[in-house]
Design a protein around this ligand. Structure first.
Ligand code: PLP
Length: 327
């Protein structure tokens, strides 16, 4: 039977869960690795879920008016999703982009016809904080809000927006549960705003508190704030734990339960991605690569024999062709 959709907004979610069968064999793994391929979303990443849910909830509440321009600070994927669904629903989008992210993101914003600024353009004090390597999210949010107010725009604020987390609680978690018939033992992923990890942790802990949530973070040498000169970064994500303190806003807001935190270097992440595209033809982005490397180490532990390990693969490799990921 034919099926024609009316809008890309109808195509968000229901992404496939795929066993990394050849990769498992190559590593002689006795656990099962399941990749949740979030790049099947219409604008190409896991952030489609949050973007659409935040727009729809803002429209419903009347805070986002018909035709009103949306603005947000983003490392790229949320902005691309806000531009895509914004346009599909009659809103322009203005982005403040995080410095240092892959060049492809800028080109994609140009293609979407988006007005593009950098975090450094927000205000003098945000610029100074960035130069000192001490970005203060509250200051950044206050100054983007002031910019939005001046221009009559709607600041959607993914870093504080509960509908970011809710998108994963309502859709990503239940999809994984259904596709595995409830046989989920471990979920492995990275965090930017923390929307995905807070929504999934809440969902799975309610289902069964024994399901483990493993948060992966770029190790100290992969961080721009560690004076990383290699250019080997993991875009779109941040460390989860810095000396016992989290800077991830939605992990803090929801007191998110994370059972374990695993550090991964960019180089290890990149080599795992290179292996996977050759073994199984699955072409992943940087944060998915870090999650894959961490999940492989977790799968090798004797206590995890026979377990199902779900890896959130946030986006694909095309946005990283200018980086060292596949070089
Ligand atoms: C590539 C990539 N991976 C992971 C994430 C983290 O997602 P979240 O903001 O839900 O923590 C992002 C966020 O933008 C991302 O762009």
């Amino acid at each position: 039977m034919g099926k024609i959709y009316k809008s890309i907004t109808e195509l968000v979610g229901h992404t496939p869960l795929v066993e990394l069968s050849n990769y498992e064999k190559k590593h002689e793994l006795k656990a099962t690795l399941l990749g949740k391929l979030e790049y099947f979303n219409p604008s190409g990443s896991v952030k489609d879920r949050a973007a659409l849910n935040m727009i729809e909830e803002a429209e419903k509440s009347g805070k986002l008016k018909p035709g009103q321009t949306i603005v947000d600070n983003t490392s790229g994927n949320t902005g691309i999703a806000l531009a895509a669904f914004g346009h599909a629903k009659g809103h322009e989008f203005v982005t403040f982009l995080e410095p240092g992210v892959s060049r492809e993101r800028e080109d994609i914003f140009k293609a979407y016809g988006v007005d593009q600024y950098w975090f450094t353009d927000i205000s003098e004090r945000v610029k100074k904080d960035l130069e000192a390597g001490a970005l203060n999210l509250e200051v950044l949010e206050a100054d983007v809000q002031a910019y939005a107010d001046e221009n009559g725009y709607f600041y959607i604020d993914q870093c504080s927006n509960e509908y970011n987390t809710e998108a994963h609680y309502k859709t990503t978690g239940p999809e994984i549960w259904e596709d595995t018939d409830g046989k989920v033992d471990i979920v492995v992923l990275l965090a930017g705003t923390g929307g995905t990890i807070s929504g999934l942790s809440k969902y799975f802990k309610e289902k069964d508190e024994n399901i483990k949530i493993i948060g992966v973070q770029p190790d100290v040498n992969s961080r721009l704030d560690a004076n990383n000169k290699t250019g080997n970064t993991i875009d779109g994500v941040f460390p989860i734990d810095i000396n016992g303190i989290s800077i991830i806003p939605l992990i803090n807001k929801f007191n998110t339960v994370i059972d374990e935190i695993v550090d991964v270097s960019s180089e290890d992440a990149y080599s795992a991605a290179k292996e996977l595209v050759r073994s199984d033809g699955i072409f992943i982005g940087q944060s998915a690569a870090a999650a894959l490397f961490a999940a492989t180490q977790v799968a090798k532990r004797p206590e995890n024999e026979g377990k199902n390990i779900v890896i959130i693969m946030a986006d694909d490799g095309t946005k990283y062709l200018s980086t060292n990921l596949y070089k």
